[in-house]
Design a protein around this ligand. Structure first.
Ligand code: AHG
Ligand code: MN
Ligand code: MN
Ligand code: MN
Length: 335
């Protein structure tokens, strides 16, 4: 396969798209540089002091891993200088990260989960970076939260980097989904998975069954459906759960399957489950829908949800459209 870089692919295949502008290409290239730097540290983890915890607790109430903090700092440092952003939001920062006055600003918003799957870092399991890009609505001064809080369907681009056996970038600008693999010998992400489509019915279900006793009855019925034989496959779906959303999602995107993180009654402070709408559910649902799949909170399309706050959590059912449709059907029947 000829070596097609991200920029070349964007300019070649999206020349009529507003996303082929120099400003968006610049944004993407800065994001790619940040991901290469993070990938380098992830690969050295264990040899450099990036394992373990910083000792802080983040806005999510989670213990911050050194690599969470490292990835967050690299992304903010690179992206605040890109000249194309009006503000940045991160899973690790309670509030919007303002662009310092000495740097030129633009009208894109970038939201990211700098390192997804942090609990797996010290065990050398795949982790990733998830990103989401909007244009400012410009109604509140252009760089305020109310300019950013938009439905997922308003995203201009979204995707993820996966630091796994190889380092991959998978993203969409609303014209399909393409996957690129980092060739470390040249330091470029090269097209390796053109025009990704997720199988309409999967063969994998991904859920943390440790929470069984905290689920409501319809949720238990849904998990029993995938574990049973009275389903679209006529046999149990394979159970796979890595504990890194981006890795579980990527496998299901390629093989077909459904990832489930239902609401549960473990923590009264998190009645909607653990995953975040803006930096996890929305970007992955944009990718999934562009690949022919679905992302739902069990009742609504994730991309239709009007966010009310920056770190809003949401139940997430995402993957093959027939499997997610079954989840929605079982919840609807119970209402
Ligand atoms: P993050 O590391 O960005 O905080 O996200 C962790 C998320 C997600 O990656 C994964 O699917 C989920 O947490 C696992 O949660 P449980 O340990 O509750 O299954
Ligand atoms: Mn976290
Ligand atoms: Mn995450
Ligand atoms: Mn994270």
């Amino acid at each position: 396969m000829p070596q097609v870089t991200v920029t070349e692919h964007l300019l070649l295949h999206q020349k009529e798209s507003p996303m082929a502008s120099g400003r968006f290409t610049r944004l993407l290239n800065e994001l790619i540089l940040a991901a290469k730097i993070i990938s380098r540290e992830v690969r050295k983890a264990g040899l450099v002091d990036v394992l373990g915890f910083t000792g802080e607790i983040n806005v999510q109430g989670e213990q911050v891993q050194k690599l969470d903090e490292y990835a967050n700092k690299v992304l903010i440092h690179r992206m605040e200088r890109s000249g194309v952003l009006c503000a940045i939001a991160s899973e690790e920062n309670a509030d919007l990260v303002r662009i310092p006055d000495q740097f030129p600003k633009g009208d894109y918003f970038l939201i990211f989960d700098p390192l997804d799957g942090s609990s797996n870092i010290d065990a050398n399991v795949n982790v990733g970076t998830i990103f989401s890009i909007y244009r400012t609505k410009g109604e509140c001064g252009g760089d305020k939260l109310c300019d950013l809080l938009q439905r997922g369907s308003e995203q201009v681009a979204a995707g993820y980097f996966l630091y796994g056996t190889s380092t991959m970038m998978v993203y969409t600008t609303g014209r399909g989904v393409n996957g690129f693999t980092l060739d470390p010998s040249v330091g470029e992400f090269l097209l390796s998975h053109p025009d990704i489509k997720i199988p309409e019915t999967g063969r994998v279900y991904s859920v943390n069954e440790a929470y069984w006793n905290f689920w409501d009855e319809p949720t238990k019925e849904i998990v029993r459906y995938f574990k049973g034989s009275d389903n679209l496959r006529g046999q149990p779906y394979a159970g796979r759960y890595i504990g890194s959303l981006v890795a579980d999602f990527h496998r299901n995107l390629l093989y077909g399957g459904v990832f489930l993180y239902p609401a549960d009654h473990r923590d009264p402070k998190k009645p909607k489950g653990k995953l975040r709408l803006l930096c996890e559910a929305s970007p992955l649902s944009f990718v999934c829908e562009q690949a022919g799949g679905m992302g739902s909170d069990g009742a609504r399309d994730i991309l239709s949800i009007e966010p009310e706050e920056l770190h809003q959590r949401v139940p997430l059912f995402i993957g093959s459209k027939n499997d997610v449709a079954k989840v929605v059907e079982i919840y609807a029947k119970a209402r």
